[in-house]
Design a protein. Structure first.
Length: 321
């Protein structure tokens, strides 16, 4: 038997909100219901009227263990885990807090849960608010056998591109000369250098991204070489040798840099281009690629961005025609 807070169905929502905020609910067990009442499993019974100022009573009933031992249902796909830091974009505050409680409760390794209030500025940084846990934002994250060190508040990083980065790294051949134009902490670059003997120029305008890229390079045993360069790709690229492969992962603005990238791409060189577009937009972009002498080898939907927009990846070869 276990102590549950018994409340009427009408009051349940308001009381649940307060209990979630105060971290009172025992998520190991399910919230139970009958026709009139809701029974909320409690971590302890010291709940007082200051917390729940609506009618309630504590009853001892048989607990029903949660089906999902790890997370509440709302958690599916609702957060990104970067090392030991969880980041959610859930806009409804109560749901976000509920998730944060459940995560810290069930995953002792998670040291902080943050709300991502949007990505801003030229460095594409997340505006983060701490929901639960400690305020530390530096972490170590592992993807495809590569270790990254980063500060989630000072650099852009999304674990959702891990598979895409693996796809790209698998296509690289020995001896390639590569330019990663918007490298961030070097996520594409390190994935490639981990598995292939290639030379990579990894450019980013954010000094913190370059700092963490250098730290990550030092943490890994790489086969290829990476030269981190801090600055504006549009200028830096002029001084670099022509490339066998160029990666353009700046999905809101890549188009602005397209012609500059093409100038640097060798004949038969490969372009990995990412852009957020609607269906008409991607068709137009592909048409433009053909006009520019790029042969489209692959078009992929990386992930949805909004109801009408998608992040697309285009892999194209420079025909020189
Ligand atoms: N490719 C990285 C990854 O997979 O994690 C991160 C890409 S992030 C979407 C875009 C990055 O481009 C940011 O780190 C930002 O600082 C950088 N950036 C934006 N404008 C730039 C520019 N003109 N030149 C170089 N880097 C730029």
């Amino acid at each position: 038997m276990k102590d549950h807070l018994k409340v009427s169905k009408e009051d349940a929502q308001a009381i649940l909100q307060k209990l979630r905020k105060g971290n009172w609910i025992d998520f190991e067990n399910q919230i139970q219901r009958d026709t009139d009442n809701v029974y909320i499993p409690l971590k302890n019974t010291e709940v007082d009227e200051a917390i729940v100022n609506l009618p309630w009573v504590i009853v001892s009933i048989e607990p029903v263990p949660s089906k999902d031992k790890h997370l509440p249902k709302l958690a599916g796909g609702a957060f990104d885990l970067i090392g030991d830091i969880a980041i959610t974009k859930i806009r409804e505050r109560d749901r976000a807090i509920h998730l944060a409680d459940a995560l810290t409760e069930t995953h002792p390794n998670i040291k902080g849960v943050f709300l991502d209030k949007g990505i801003t500025g030229p460095f594409r940084l997340r505006d983060l608010e701490l929901l639960r846990g400690g305020p530390g934002t530096i972490t170590q994250y592992r993807e495809n056998g590569v270790i990254f060190r980063l500060d989630v508040s000072k650099v852009y990083f999304s674990p959702r591109l891990a598979t895409e980065r693996m796809f790209v790294s698998r296509e690289v051949r020995v001896g390639e000369n590569i330019i990663d134009m918007f490298a961030g902490i070097g996520a594409f670059s390190l994935n490639i250098a981990k598995t292939q003997k290639a030379s990579i120029y990894a450019i980013d305008s954010n000094p913190d991204a370059i700092k963490y890229m250098k730290e990550s390079i030092a943490l890994n045993r790489l086969i290829g070489t990476i030269e981190p360069i801090c600055g504006d790709s549009l200028e830096i690229i002029n001084a670099l040798p022509d490339a066998d492969r160029i990666i353009m992962n700046l999905p809101h603005e890549s188009h602005r840099y397209l012609r500059k990238a093409i100038e640097k791409l060798r004949r038969n060189g490969i372009l990995h281009y990412y852009e957020i577009l609607d269906m008409k937009g991607i068709e137009e972009r592909m048409e433009e690629f053909r006009d520019l002498g790029l042969f489209i080898m692959k078009k992929r939907e990386v992930h949805g961005y909004s109801s009408s927009l998608t992040m697309y990846s285009l892999t194209a070869a420079m025909t020189g025609e």
